[in-house]
Design a protein around this ligand. Sequence first.
Ligand SMILES: CC(C)(COP(=O)(O)OP(=O)(O)OC[C@H]1O[C@@H](n2cnc3c(N)ncnc32)[C@H](O)[C@@H]1OP(=O)(O)O)[C@@H](O)C(=O)NCCC(=O)NCCS
Length: 249
Amino acid sequence: MSNLRVQSLERSDASKCAAIRIASLGSLVIGRPPPYPWYLELQIASIQNDLDWKPSVHHLKVVDGDGRDIVADAKWGMYPSGRSDLDQLSQPLDEESKTVDQYGALREAVHEYFCTRNDGEMGSRPHLRWSFCLFMINSDNLLVLALLVTSEAHRGRDAGSSLVCWGIAKSEESGLPCYLQASGQGRRLYKHHGFNDLDTVEFDLSKYGLPGVEKMTELVRKPSNAVDCPQMTQNMALPDTSALGRPPM
Ligand SMILES: CC(C)(COP(=O)(O)OP(=O)(O)OC[C@H]1O[C@@H](n2cnc3c(N)ncnc32)[C@H](O)[C@@H]1OP(=O)(O)O)[C@@H](O)C(=O)NCCC(=O)NCCS
């Protein structure tokens, strides 16, 4: 991935990143239904709100050439003392999301999926209890990859890997495991970087007026001495987050 660099996202990047996300994921990571007319503005506001108010959330970009062209972005959450994002996740889906287009039922199913999978309470996730024990994970203290996307024209250049490796570097440094829910496309990439499957859920999209089946897999990666991230040293000028009041790498 020559000429590609990982940097921290800035407020002024929000519209470019939101556009990259929408081009690949539509308005929802599962099923990828098209965006409704004001979805872009909502995404921009959400990114800027994270940057302004959420020090645990790290938005990163991969830039090409002179740094003006953003080719990929990721959202990592660092929760060394428990998931501070869960209050928001446990809120019911807002009424507008249920009625804004014909995909309201899918939005509800997806909301339910992410709420239950991220609830942080081992007792309410019996299907994961054994897997978490196997990987010796304290389910509350984690690094969470909430979003990863590379614009189609730049895929296969290690941009996605470099953003995953940013989190792996933090994981190795802090001792926190990495956790995420992956689409089929993302899962292949995470498996190359030492993630293990915990559980897979299938969404039959035909129930929601869309074609196909989407498989979502929860994966976890324990910190270890064996760092399988050549991109970390070859391609990354790891962003210095200290300017944002966050701990440096
Ligand atoms: C998934 C996604 C982010 C990958 O981005 P990318 O920048 O192309 O990723 P990379 O260039 O680092 O990796 C691309 C390929 O190299 C493979 N690869 C990466 N590291 C590798 C390694 N160390 N050894 C072998 N293969 C490797 C990956 O598995 C991937 O192969 P694939 O095309 O068969 O999946 C991109 O396809 C995307 O944005 N998809 C749509 C959105 C999406 O699904 N996001 C994931 C949500 S969880």
